[in-house]
Design a protein around this ligand. Sequence first.
Ligand code: ADP
Length: 498
Amino acid sequence: MQKIKKLLVANRGEIALRIMRTAQEMGISTVAVYSEADRLSPHVKFADEAVCIGPPPSNQSYLLGNKIIEVCKELNVDAIHPGYGFLSENAEFAGKVSDAGLIFVGPSPKSIEVMGSKLAAKQAVAKYDIPLVPGTEEAISDITEAKERAAEIGYPILIKASAGGGGKGMRIVEDESEFEEQMNRAVSEAQSAFGDGAVFIEKFITSPRHIEIQILGDQHGNTVYLFERECSIQRRHQKVIEEAPSAVVSPKMRKAMGEAAVGVAKACNYYGAGTVEFIVDDKLNFYFLEMNTRLQVEHPVTEMITGKDLVREQILVAEGNVLSFAQEDLKIHGHAVEIRVYAEDPKNNFLPDIGKLVTYRRPQGPGIRVDDGFEEGMDIPIYYDPLIAKLITHGENRQDAIGRMIRAINDYRITGIQTTLDFCRFAMQHEAFVSGNFDTQFVENYFTPEKLEPVFSEEERELLAALAVEFFEKEENRINPTHPANSIPSTNWKNRLL
Ligand code: ADP
């Protein structure tokens, strides 16, 4: 066991800040690295020490593994937390960190490598009785054989790149006549995007839900699951709203999915925090999709319902401690919902809308958590993922958490750029979301830009403002001007209304 005294966070923005907060609570000193674009970022100000590692593009800064390891040596750092994205799922980097005598706060390089390849992952879990989407377990080499297999599985099918990620490298094939053409395209795309042309086929699940299980393992063979997160509300195959628990998972299904996830973790001798992703069909059959070998963006919803700090657990495991709780100690408390506040314009296909945060005011109150990495007046840089904040609410039940989320969204003040806040309010109030009866096609099925148009027309708003002025003027006349308490200058309500 080796106690961590100084931790470098090889990341930026909200996640760097979130990790450092826990480190500080544990008495660990923190080192931030930053690019020239992030000089004034809260994560840099929060850290005990901070080092600029290069110009804004991530391949000249946050992805420079060797440079980051050098910084560790110079500053006597003993551990690196990679956050998510950047170097977090880079097996070679994890290996170099250990070779340099540092602790990598994450799993072994071997686990990262196995789970980084969708085919290697399927092969690794084969002996653990984990449900897999019907398909090939090896890369397609013979097109005639692949067509036969596709016919057995039944169309539509999905051609997937083994090295794919971030929703990229997938092609739907509706019938056999398209097979060969789509397959050739998939191979060349996979080759150019991921440097690995291996592709395989899977049954295309229509109306799927994306439900994942949080797991945590130590280096002594103990593994537990911290229940599920529902992540079906996505745009461009990327999550935008998450919640825990899922509205459709029964205790029996939760146990079956949890145990399958622990099986996946055991299949690659996993330790640390990890996420096992499943796709769930309309009959609630679940199939293993892939494992993410890092802390997940949406981890706060799990923290809210379990009361566990996942970063703290990651650090304890990395130090070599035995997990301090067992499966039976874990319980679900209430319900949590998270929305991702991105600098994107939902009215324009969710394209990034970067610029200055002219006004930036966070919502507050019981059951509300905001994980963010910006302050008012700052620019959202174009070089990175345009995530401004994660807004998480917790309530006694799903309805309370949703009600609280709507209130929190209404209290969030962001001007200067377009964000996903209005879209998330639309989703929270939509019958499909409220009833829990939705799938990954929510945006495609229900959302159009007109849904975000203001409730009142320009004319109606003018009329309402005029009525309000009349009302308040009458009210003001009722206030006795001679009473000393009423000598306080009135607020500028009239200006705000007009
Ligand atoms: P990536 O590594 O690119 O994130 P995943 O395998 O995790 O790829 O899949 C991303 C998303 O694509 C899933 O959340 C789901 O919405 C969709 N998807 C993946 N596999 C299937 C499938 N067999 N049928 C239908 N949709 C799928």
